[in-house]
Design a protein around this ligand. Structure first.
Ligand SMILES: [Zn+2]
Length: 151
């Protein structure tokens, strides 16, 4: 977003909080250093999530957030990163441009994004979402990660 003061510089977000209806972003101009706050309305089209048992639920950012925070417990990822991660995920879900999205699809999106920021959180997340039934399946996922890292 462009700076509202000098109208030349690009701004970076230095703080971001959301309540249910708005995202408050504290921005700083990269050129002149001017700081200002924007309030953006969260406008999410009505998307329904189809659970594995076929039940439909309205899309709920909070629910995704809870799952992510649980996976990120005690990991070195701060609130701002979580917030932009959620924005990212939400954006991707919206760009699917579907009225109904399968919960599995949401899980794939979340795990793909989590993998980019934290391996441990990623493993924790997929162990819940893929409901690993044994230590073996957990181990094979962990090996995949190691395999990618080493080669
Ligand atoms: Zn400026």
């Amino acid at each position: 977003m462009q700076c509202i003061e000098c109208k030349k510089g690009d701004t970076k977000v230095i703080d971001s909080r959301d309540d249910e209806k708005t995202i408050r972003r504290r921005r700083e101009c990269l050129k002149c250093g001017y700081r200002f706050t924007t309030y953006e309305k969260i406008e999410v089209p009505l998307i329904r999530i189809e659970k594995r048992d076929g039940r439909l639920e309205n899309y709920d950012r909070e629910k995704i957030k809870v799952g992510i925070l649980r996976s990120l417990e005690k990991r070195p990822v701060d609130d701002n990163e979580v917030c932009s991660l959620l924005d990212d995920i939400e954006h991707e879900i919206i760009s699917l441009d579907k009225k109904t999205v399968a919960s599995i699809e949401v899980g794939e999106i979340v795990s793909k994004k989590l993998q980019k920021i934290d391996d441990v959180a990623y493993l924790r997340f997929i162990s819940v979402y893929k409901s690993f039934s044994s230590a073996k399946s957990f181990e094979s996922e962990a090996k995949k990660i190691l395999g990618r890292k080493n080669g």
